[in-house]
Design a protein around this ligand. Structure first.
Ligand SMILES: NC(=O)c1ccc[n+]([C@@H]2O[C@H](COP(=O)([O-])OP(=O)(O)OC[C@H]3O[C@@H](n4cnc5c(N)ncnc54)[C@H](OP(=O)(O)O)[C@@H]3O)[C@@H](O)[C@H]2O)c1
Length: 402
């Protein structure tokens, strides 16, 4: 029998217990042995809960129990979660997690610890919730040189942008709706400023290169400056706006890693990913494009991904599944030196100046006199920024083209 401990009995933790218990026949058959949740660690007690009798408060009970071979860390954060994960791996217990913040910050160290102790540190649920994406990168795509990964990896911002586009509503109004529906946190900063997507991109681009891409090195821009006017222009151009996390190998062998809103043509597969859904679009040098789509968060989808890792750990006891993510830093490209194409919105009074600075395609909307849109050709980000800032407050906004 495989005995499991779950650390953190919140949204994902209660889902992990539910998946293992209610799908027990399927889970046990897949694992090759019967699976049982022996302990649930949490700060609180859950006297009314059907599994309340398994709740404990002392991590040492779990660490010192030789029957526990797999631990699910679904507490979140980088404090106790980091300590407990390290201690479990040092005790030879595999750790499965949905904690992207911890994986992004300490992934290489925890993977090395797992190798040292012949166990596993697995994190399928840390990117894309229930969508299989880490396992495909680590197993199905191992013959590929992955050239780029482009993803919609944050459901909250995708919901907000989808509704801004379909309802013509303001950012603040849709954010409020999303909070009422439970899709956005009361403090939405990590989502709307792009930090959550940045952590996920740190994980994806580290796996893409095999070296460490630190989230601090990733250029990150959120969606708070996107307006309904931007969507009006996007629609007129046959496009939409998505917050993309992009990791791409450059010709010089560096990795370009950035999170920002992008204009995406309506025929691009990522343009069709709406509401809270996520998708990750991977381009390999042999396979070409492949896309992974589904529910990027939520109790049961995320828990299902954690349990799939638990099953992998049960199938690979005493053996570490290869995962290439070294502690050596990847060479990250300077975004200001890269070439992009841009859409900019400019006050009508600056038309002559903007046209001279950015030779490109003009887009004017019927009945709209106060501003106009302009699509540039490919230009270096730093050159664009210089010219854009010379327009001062007559430049109303800019979005890169995917
Ligand atoms: N929710 C999702 O859809 C989702 C999707 C993908 C990934 N994730 C990630 O999964 C992780 C868990 O998320 P969640 O939504 O399940 O969070 P959550 O609902 O807040 O659950 C966390 C649980 O851990 C407990 N906990 C915190 N510190 C603890 C400690 N030191 N010892 C014991 N228990 C402790 C919390 O107790 P208290 O409530 O008493 O503090 C809470 O019950 C996070 O890293 C999150 O980013 C979540």
């Amino acid at each position: 029998m495989v005995k499991v401990a779950v650390l953190g009995y919140g949204t994902v933790g209660s889902g992990v217990v539910e998946v293992i218990e209610s799908n027990n026949a399927q889970v046990s058959r897949s694992a090759g042995e019967e699976m049982h949740v022996k302990y649930i660690l949490d700060l609180r007690d859950f006297p009314e809960d059907p599994y309340g009798d398994r709740v404990v408060h002392d991590i040492n009970l779990i660490l010192e129990d030789p029957e526990i071979s797999i631990v699910c860390e679904v507490m979140g954060g980088t404090g106790a979660a980091y300590q407990f994960s390290k201690q479990a791996l040092e005790a030879g217990k595999s750790v499965c997690t949905s904690n992207k913040e911890l994986v992004a910050k300490h992934g290489p160290e925890l993977l090395a610890l797992a190798r040292e102790h012949n166990c596993n540190y697995l994190f399928e649920a840390s990117v894309g919730g229930g969508i299989p994406v880490i396992r495909p990168i680590n197993s199905s795509l191992t013959a590929e040189k992955i050239l780029s990964i482009q993803g919609i990896v944050n459901g909250t911002t995708n919901y907000i942008l989808t509704k801004m586009g379909s309802q013509g509503a303001d950012f603040e109004d849709v954010l409020k709706q999303a909070q009422e529906l439970g899709y956005a946190e009361r403090n939405p900063e990590a989502d709307v400023e792009g930090h959550d997507a940045c952590r996920k991109l740190a994980i994806l681009s580290s796996l893409m290169t095999g070296k460490n891409v630190d989230s601090d090195q990733i250029y990150t821009e959120g969606i708070t400056r996107i307006t309904t006017a931007d969507f009006d222009y996007a629609k007129a151009a046959g496009m939409t706006i998505k917050l993309l996390a992009i990791g791409r190998l450059t010709e010089e062998g560096r990795v370009l890693a950035m999170v920002a809103p992008f204009l995406v043509g309506n025929t691009h597969p990522l343009a069709m990913v709406n509401d809270v859904f996520n998708a990750i679009f991977i381009t390999g040098n042999m396979l070409g494009d492949s896309m992974y789509y589904g529910r990027g968060a939520g109790k049961l989808p995320t828990a299902s991904a954690v349990v799939s890792d638990v099953i992998d750990c049960a199938r690979n006891q005493g053996r570490t599944i290869p995962c290439f993510w070294d502690s050596e830093s990847a060479e990250v490209a300077d975004v200001s030196e890269t070439e992009q194409r841009y859409f900019l919105r400019v006050k009508a009074s600056a038309k002559a100046e903007a046209e001279a600075a950015f030779p490109g395609r003009i887009l004017e909307l019927p009945g709209r006199q106060e501003d106009f849109g302009l699509f540039t050709g490919a230009m270096k980000e730093k050159d664009f920024n210089e010219k854009y800032s010379s327009l001062g407050d007559r430049a109303l906004g800019r979005i890169r083209l995917a």
